[in-house]
Design a protein around this ligand. Structure first.
Ligand SMILES: C[S@@+](CC[C@H](N)C(=O)[O-])C[C@H]1O[C@@H](n2cnc3c(N)ncnc32)[C@H](O)[C@@H]1O
Length: 299
C-alpha cells in the first residue's frame, strides 16, 4: 500500500497549485459525463455526486464515510444535503484544507479503520483512492487480493446489512502488458514507458487487473449492484484538468518558482510532474488502463 510519504509526494506537493487551478473543494477523480462532453467539468462532477447520492443514499441525518477524501468535494456535497460526512486522507495538506472548510477529516490510513474509530455509517464511498491501496511490493509478494479484501472487510464493518459502498477506481485495462515490461528505460512513448511514468507519479501504487478482481475481493461481504466503465469520461476529465492547470496566474507562477529547486534536484519530481506528456490519458486511450464505478451492497 502507498504509505504516507508516497501520498504526501503525490498530493501535498501539488496542494496549492491544485486549489488555485481547480478550486478549494474540487474533485480529483473522474467525473461523470456519461458521454455528453458538452457538460462543463463542474457539471460532470456534480452529476457524479448526484449519482452517488441516489446510489448509496445521501441526505438529512445520514452518515457517510469517505475513504481517501482528497480536498473534500463529496463531504461538502453531503453537507449541502444535510447529511454528516467523515473523511480520511493520507495527505496532510488535504486534511488541513478540508478542516479550513469545516469538514470532519482525519489524517489516517484506511488500513487502520475499525468499527469503533468513528462509529457506524449509513454509506461508504471511495473515489480515486483504491489505486493506492496495493503497492508493487504487495503485488510481487502475492498480497494483492488480501489487501483489497481487507479494505472491503473494514468498509463492511462500519455498515449495516443493506448499506451501500460506492467505489470508483482505475484498473489495468484489456491491453495491459506484462508487468515486467513496465520500465522508464523502455523506448520513449511505448506502453511500458507511459505506464512507468504513471508509477513515478503515483509511487507505491499498483492497480487491480480489471473490474472482476475488485468484484471478487468484495464478494465475501458485498453483492454488486451496478458497475460501469468511466474510461472515456476520465479522458475528458483529464483534458479539462490540464486546461485549468495550464491557466496562468501570478500566484501559480510564484508557486512554481518555489518548486524550481526541487525540479532541478530530483529526477523523481521531474518524471512525476514535468514529463510534458499526459501519461494517464494515453494509458486510457490505449486501454492499458480502464476506470470503473461500482455500487456494492453489504449482504
Ligand atoms: C486521487 S485522490 C481522490 C480524492 C477524492 N476522493 C476525490 O474524488 O477528489 C486519492 C485520495 O486517496 C487518499 N488515500 C490513498 N491511500 C490512502 C490510505 N491508505 N488511507 C487514507 N487515504 C488514502 C489520498 O490521500 C487522496 O486523498
Amino acid at each position: 500500500m502507498a504509505d504516507r510519504k508516497d501520498l504526501e509526494f503525490t498530493y501535498s506537493l501539488i496542494d496549492e497549485i491544485f486549489r488555485l487551478s481547480l478550486g478549494e473543494l474540487a474533485d480529483f477523480s473522474g467525473a461523470k459525463y456519461d458521454g455528453d462532453f458538452s457538460l462543463t467539468l463542474e457539471q460532470a462532477q456534480r452529476a457524479k455526486h448526484e449519482y452517488i447520492a441516489s446510489s448509496v443514499g445521501i441526505g438529512r441525518g445520514r452518515r457517510l464515510l469517505d475513504l481517501g477524501c482528497g480536498w473534500g468535494p463529496l463531504l461538502h456535497f453531503v453537507r449541502t444535503r444535510g447529511g454528516e460526512g467523515v473523511g480520511v486522507t493520507l495527505s496532510s495538506a488535504q486534511a488541513r484544507s478540508c478542516r479550513r472548510h469545516g469538514l470532519d477529516v482525519h489524517l489516517m490510513d484506511v488500513r487502520q479503520l475499525r468499527r469503533d474509530t468513528f462509529g457506524t455509517f449509513d454509506a461508504v464511498a471511495s473515489l480515486g483512492a483504491f489505486e493506492h491501496f496495493c503497492s508493487p511490493e504487495d503485488y510481487y509478494e502475492g498480497r494483492q487480493a488480501a489487501v483489497y479484501e481487507d479494505v472491503f472487510a473494514r468498509a463492511a464493518a462500519v455498515l449495516p446489512v443493506g448499506g451501500c459502498f460506492y467505489l470508483q477506481t482505475m484498473v489495468f485495462g484489456k491491453n495491459m502488458i506484462p508487468v515486467e515490461e513496465v520500465s522508464i528505460d523502455a523506448p520513449r512513448f511505448s506502453n511500458g514507458w507511459y505506464l512507468a511514468l504513471m508509477q513515478h507519479q503515483f509511487p507505491g501504487s499498483f492497480l487491480p487487473f480489471g473490474s472482476q478482481q475488485v468484484i471478487d475481493a468484495a464478494s465475501e461481504h458485498f453483492s454488486l449492484v451496478e458497475s460501469s466503465s468511466g474510461r472515456l469520461d476520465y479522458i475528458e476529465t483529464i483534458r479539462q484538468w490540464r486546461l485549468r492547470f495550464a491557466d496562468r496566474s501570478l500566484r501559480k507562477t510564484a508557486m512554481k518558482a518555489r518548486l524550481l529547486p526541487r525540479y532541478l534536484a530530483s529526477r523523481e519530481f521531474r518524471l512525476a510532474f514535468a514529463s510534458g506528456v499526459s501519461a494517464n490519458s494515453v494509458c486510457f486511450e490505449r486501454e492499458l488502463l480502464d476506470h470503473f464505478r461500482f455500487v456494492f451492497r453489504k449482504r
